[in-house]
Write a protein that binds this ligand. Structure first.
Ligand SMILES: Cc1cc2nc3c(=O)[nH]c(=O)nc-3n(C[C@H](O)[C@H](O)[C@H](O)COP(=O)(O)OP(=O)(O)OC[C@H]3O[C@@H](n4cnc5c(N)ncnc54)[C@H](O)[C@@H]3O)c2cc1C
Length: 401
């Protein structure tokens, strides 16, 4: 007789939560997915790149063709300085090298795809469940408690509740918190007609460095009339409070962003002018959390490792985490052993990417004209070698052997 498989409560239904739930449910584990939002969040966030390593996991989930319906295949990265001089053009990975393509997609649409797949699989997502704390009964298991006064019991608990994880705060109240990196991020979407013909080919992601700040844009849907995403990184010594971020109108934000990118090459100013809404926030990272869990609870995704967005890897790391954890559970003698091995296997890779993202972010801070010249020279020389060596370790994910 086969023994019943353990069951899990997953707190957080962003990227890592539903992807892990799908793997576990399909393998016969019990799973409950608890989300603090009161309903599916259909309108949150800008756009993301899912790079070839993340797309490998989407293939394992059997969701590649669904992804192709909602995203743009991205085959190239074009780097310029603010006057439009091309510094480097490099492939954004390649199918022949990594087995998958990178895809640019709106976060909201991607998130919805995972939620729909989870629901199709019969995984019920329980909304309005904001984790507060947990108890560990002496006879085993874990009881997760929620701010609405309800609780849920399972054998194990997974904290997949993102950057500001409550599960992390509960487990490790004295551990380091995500740190402000000295950069504000703003972004949004514009319609395809805003993009001039010279840039209208769907596939390349355009990156522009200036004397202060950084601007990027790319197509992010699968039709010709698709929307285009953009983002701007603004160096700022002071982290803004929530009140400061949200008390400023979109028009004031637009003016602040236009001031940074004034005179930059076309179509940067016109994209900023045309964007109907502006998303904004502080950029954080969490360079190294001393522990990711215990025998009963494990943190995954941004709850365990917050990376700044400058390598475009946060969502792909969340997907890799889900796949690695599932694979370890399938082969380990016990769940606590799988939790321990997960941290040992994943930590070096994600911490390397966190540091790489920090370095990339620091290139976006204020520079003198001579500093810009040196940076442009360095990028021109370094980016082609990144395409060969840097992408190789970042975009390659083989799972665990
Ligand atoms: C500006 C920006 C640009 C980015 N660009 C990229 C990119 O190009 N490529 C890329 O791969 N990544 C990118 N990322 C990172 C990416 O969005 C995250 O790394 C990824 O979403 C992490 O997934 P997650 O599941 O760990 O957390 P999340 O996606 O944040 O999900 C956490 C979930 O937990 C829920 N939750 C929170 N608190 C509680 C609670 N107390 N109880 C219950 N539920 C709770 C939240 O509502 C949410 O649904 C970017 C991030 C930012 C900020």
């Amino acid at each position: 007789m086969e023994l019943a498989r353990p069951n899990f409560i997953i707190v957080g239904s962003g990227i890592s939560g539903p992807s892990l739930a799908l793997f576990l449910k399909r393998a016969g584990y019990g799973v409950r997915l608890m989300e603090s939002y009161s309903r599916p969040a259909e309108d949150i966030g800008g756009a993301l790149q899912i790079s070839p390593n993340g797309m490998k996991v989407m293939r394992e989930l059997d969701l590649t063709s669904e992804m192709l319906k909602i995203g743009t295949l991205s085959d190239e990265m074009i780097f310029r300085n603010h006057i439009g001089k091309i510094l480097a053009m490099i492939p954004n990975g390649s199918v022949s090298q990594f087995g998958e393509s990178a895809i640019v997609v709106s976060r909201a649409r991607f998130h919805l795809l995972l939620l729909e797949a989870a629901e199709k699989e019969g995984i019920q997502i329980e909304y309005g469940k904001k984790f507060s704390d947990a108890e560990f009964p002496l006879d085993g298991g874990v009881i997760a408690k929620f701010e609405d006064g309800s609780s849920a019991e399972a054998d194990f608990l997974i904290g997949a509740d993102g950057n500001h994880s409550k599960v992390r705060n509960f487990l490790f109240p004295n551990f380091p918190k995500p740190e402000y990196t000295g950069i504000l991020n703003a972004g949004g979407f514009v319609s395809a007609d805003v993009i001039p013909e010279k840039y209208s080919k769907r596939g390349p992601i355009h990156f522009t460095f200036g004397p202060e700040g950084f601007f990027g844009f790319a197509a992010c849907g699968n039709t010709e009339d698709t929307s285009w995403m953009w983002w701007s990184n603004i160096p700022s010594e002071k982290e803004l409070t929530r009140e400061e971020i949200y008390s400023m109108s979109d028009e004031s934000w637009r003016n602040k962003i236009l001031e940074i990118h004034k005179g930059w090459h076309d179509p940067i100013e016109r994209i900023i002018q045309a964007s109907p809404t502006i998303l904004k926030g502080n950029v954080h990272d969490l360079r190294s959390l001393p522990k990711w869990g215990n025998d009963k609870v494990l943190l995954i995704g941004d709850a365990a490792h917050v990376m700044s967005p400058h390598t475009g890897q946060g969502a792909s790391m969340a997907l890799e985490d889900s796949h690695t954890l599932y694979s370890l559970l399938e082969r380990s003698a016990s769940v606590p052993e799988a939790f321990r091995d997960f941290e040992i296997i994943r930590r070096p890779r994600v911490e390397r990417i966190i540091e790489e993202s920090r370095r990339n972010g620091n290139r976006k801070k204020k520079l003198s004209p001579i500093g810009c010249w040196i940076r442009d020279r360095i990028l021109t020389l370094a980016l082609p070698s990144f395409a060969k060596k840097g992408q190789d370790w970042m975009y390659r994910y083989e799972g665990i052997k």
